[in-house]
Design a protein around this ligand. Structure first.
Ligand SMILES: [Zn+2]
Length: 465
């Protein structure tokens, strides 16, 4: 609980500052999450409720209140449409999983300790590392281990992709025990007497003619026969369906080198990215925009997110773009969904519904601005240029256009919100001059930041307005 309160205090102290989503994300990732991780590397996984509570704290800090974008989206990388927020559950599991490659690689006292749990079964952790059971409750083969070690193997297995056995060889190399591909009544099988007797892989269950070996075949192999009739019946039920499925004549030539499902020398980040990607979902808004503007490839989206968010040095503009792309900026239509008192129409244009496109681009009050910008760049600026920008090629002109359209939209939005908060009238003139002034200020900021070309570009625009 101490960690919980520490994190609570940390957020309390940062709450007063006006941080962007990205700023808050770094506070969470670099200051809050490490507090949790420090303990979790040596302790058992915390209870589900504990993680839930910490997450509630984190997301409340991130959004000031209720979540605005799916949690499984914000945990994605920026290039995929997230903000790179660390997913605690995946992080804790990745830390556990990363123990397994370390155990397999090193000759360490801890290895002997871990292997000692499997001595009576005549196997070692190499065999455990190729199992695929993910539920600790059903993971019979590691039953005798302390909870911490059960967790590292189960977390390691969560990171694996289910093996496909298309070839005879890949099928016959499968471990029989605690393998999620072979289940009986929804549970993986694990028969200690069979393991002790060296029956470990599917290869050991079949004859060269492709039939399951008979009870007689096993009679000489299995030393302790308690329960073996019942166990044989279960194995028949699980494996009979594979009979004659493959070319079993090669069986004797198949060497049982253990297939490494996960390459060695992998660290926490490797496991974290697998777990995070399993959870990650693209945002609903991205799907809608993909349909609207016929963006079909992942790489196009990566470029859009790079241009609109990652490469934007002004994080306020990056945040604005992120919210724009996720359709969570403030507008009457959006507010009317939550509050029936709000009219979804635009106050200036009366008949038009005020969605974000209307607010920034179509509204009567902003026409003058966009016309002036179109004159300046000598082509008709479209909504598409504003929301997703130019992404098919990359050069300095394109870059400065993307910056310009993002900047202008952001300033329009800011001025409109300012008028609403301060209850002052929003006119075409007031909006135009607010944007014009900010262009001048920004041209000086760019100059100061030694972005001379961009600075001159904004200065030219100011003189034209
Ligand atoms: Zn309007």
């Amino acid at each position: 609980m101490k960690v919980y309160h520490d994190i609570e205090k940390l957020f309390e102290s940062w709450k007063k500052r006006k941080l962007t989503l990205f700023g808050k994300c770094s506070i969470i990732n670099t200051l809050a999450v490490p507090k949790l991780i420090y303990l979790s590397t040596i302790l058992e996984l915390p209870e589900e409720n504990y993680i839930k509570n910490i997450n509630r704290l984190i997301f409340k800090f991130l959004w000031n209140n209720h979540d605005r974008i799916k949690r499984n989206t914000v945990i994605g990388d920026i290039k995929d449409g997230g903000i790179g927020l660390i997913d605690i559950e995946s992080k804790l599991k990745a830390l556990k999983a990363a123990w397994v490659p370390r155990l397999l690689e090193t000759k360490h006292a801890i290895n002997d300790f871990v292997n000692s749990f499997f001595k009576e079964l005549n196997i070692d952790i190499r065999f455990i590392s190729i199992t695929s059971e993910i539920s600790i409750k059903k993971f019979d083969i590691v039953q005798k281990m302390p909870q911490f070690y059960k967790e590292i193997f189960s977390c390691f297995n969560i990171c694996k992709t289910r093996p496909e056995f298309k070839t005879t060889e890949s099928f016959l190399k499968q471990p029989i025990w605690s393998n999620s591909s072979f289940t009986y009544k929804g549970k993986t099988v694990c028969f200690k007497n069979w393991i002790k007797s060296g029956i470990l892989f599917t290869k050991h269950l079949f004859n060269t003619n492709g039939e399951l070996k008979s009870l007689d075949d096993f009679a000489t192999v299995i030393h302790n026969k308690s329960n073996w009739l019942c166990e044989y019946t279960i194995l028949q039920k699980v494996f009979r369906k594979y009979e004659k499925n493959f070319d079993f004549s090669k069986k004797n030539y198949i060497h049982l080198e253990i297939d490494k499902l996960i390459p060695e020398k992998q660290n926490t980040n490797f496991f974290y990215s697998i777990l995070k990607n399993k959870k990650f979902q693209i945002s609903c808004s991205q799907q809608k925009l993909s349909n609207e503007f016929q963006i079909s490839s992942k790489s196009d989206w990566e470029r859009i997110y790079f241009n609109k968010i990652k490469s934007m040095e002004d994080k306020k503009i990056a945040e604005f773009n992120y919210k724009l792309l996720n359709n969570i900026l403030c507008n009457n239509l959006y507010l009317s969904k939550w509050n029936s008192q709000v009219n979804k129409k635009c106050k200036v244009c009366q008949n038009d519904t005020e969605n974000i496109r209307h607010l920034i681009f179509d509204c009567k009050n902003v026409q003058k601005i966009w016309n002036a910008i179109s004159d300046f760049v000598t082509f008709q600026v479209q909504w598409k240029h504003v929301i997703i920008g130019f992404y098919s090629s990359q050069n300095n002109t394109i870059k400065v256009y993307n910056l310009l359209f993002s900047f202008i939209s952001y300033k329009i939005y800011k001025h409109k919100m300012y008028c609403r908060l301060e209850n002052t009238e929003e006119t075409e003139q007031s909006l135009f001059y607010a944007v014009k002034d900010s262009v001048l200020i920004y041209s000086n900021v760019l100059k100061y930041m030694r972005k001379t070309c961009d600075g001159i570009f904004f200065k030219k625009l100011y003189l034209k307005l």
